[in-house]
Write a protein that binds this ligand. Structure first.
Ligand SMILES: [Cu+2]
Length: 177
């Protein structure tokens, strides 16, 4: 089932403009609090390591008209990442170069500390990845699940963050509805 290009890059949603000014659902707030705790853990983990330069950098490739991609960028920034955005009308070559399996594709693609991050992956999963640093190509949240960072709205659904790499794929983190 192929999404029409317009649907795909506008996230298939037209009500984002109205919903983005509503108060965040409590689940999102809870997730943010968890993310902050994880960030605290990261700081502790970094204690005693050689001085490292500033916040974690994220390079995000997205379509210029993708609203939910901007929502995800804001989620990263709110969690302390320093984000650089590169807009492109054709992300297929980027996804191919960064090793995103076709069946795990979403809207935007990012590179964080050498890992490929595909779609609406929550910061808490990225922080867990950067602490554990497993041998992976990266993480993906395929499609665009409602309730994931950047896809906040009236409903939220459970979804999995998938780890992918040379050794195959596995569930890295389950996010409950
Ligand atoms: Cu999206």
């Amino acid at each position: 089932m192929a999404l029409a290009a317009a649907d795909r890059y506008s996230c298939g949603r037209t009500d984002r403009e109205e919903t983005m000014h509503e108060p965040m659902p409590s689940r999102t707030l809870a997730l943010s609090r968890r993310s902050l705790l994880s960030a605290g853990g990261l700081l502790l983990a970094a204690w005693g390591m050689p001085a490292i330069a500033g916040p974690t950098r994220a390079m995000v490739y997205k379509n210029p008209w993708c609203g939910c991609c901007i929502g995800w960028v804001e989620h990263l920034e709110a969690n302390g990442f320093a984000v650089t955005v590169e807009d492109s009308d054709d992300l297929a070559p980027v996804k191919a170069r960064l090793g995103v399996p076709a069946h795990l594709e979403s809207c935007h693609t990012a590179v964080i500390e050498g890992y490929t991050i595909e779609g609406h992956v929550p910061a808490v999963a990225i922080e867990k990845l950067l602490v554990a640093r497993p041998t992976l190509t990266g993480l993906a949240v395929p499609g665009m699940p409602m309730g994931s960072p950047g896809m906040e709205g009236a409903t939220s659904e459970a979804y999995d963050v998938i780890a992918f790499g040379p050794d195959g794929e596995s569930v890295f983190l389950h996010i409950p509805a």
